[in-house]
Design a protein around this ligand. Sequence first.
Ligand code: AMP
Length: 179
Amino acid sequence: MLTAELTARFKDRIRDVPDFPKPGIVFKDITPLLQEPDIFRAAVDHIAARHADSRIDAVVGIESRGFILGAPLAYALGCGFVPVRKPGKLPARTVRQTYTLEYGTDALEIHEDALAPGSRVLIVDDLLATGGTVSATLELVRRLGGDVLEAAFLVELSFLGGRARVAELGLDIYPILTY
Ligand code: AMP
């Protein structure tokens, strides 16, 4: 369990940047948290402790802030790290998943040999908003035969309904902080 004091310290290190990347969006900037060694470590340790007995085979991190949290988490758990990236970034053969945004579509890719069938996977990203990004990642992992135990985030923006959207796909989420 996170203490109220630690929760307050996490929130204190997440900066609201209004109108980024476009008008009307309040961007939750985690870079102040990353600059604070004990808070950064506490965030990674908290998720690692939660999954100490989960027998995770791979942490799947979503580009790009999911890499920042996912790599130390994989190190702490003693498992592999698998990147999910924007199209054209991964060098070997990939599987691609397209998903809809408010306006238009986007896509994510994973290396087709990144996960052995039956792998136990923890997905990690910095923030859950509408849930589109993590849903596409879930689909990629499932297409490779992976079994996703949970998706962990630093932040959930609960008013955007991502939790309910991904629950319909059978995905549980675990955010450290909820707004
Ligand atoms: P979504 O697919 O709507 O759940 O959006 C989640 C993805 O977009 C994550 O990779 C986040 O890093 C990023 N994102 C969406 N909204 C925000 C926000 N308000 N602040 C920071 N990152 C965001």
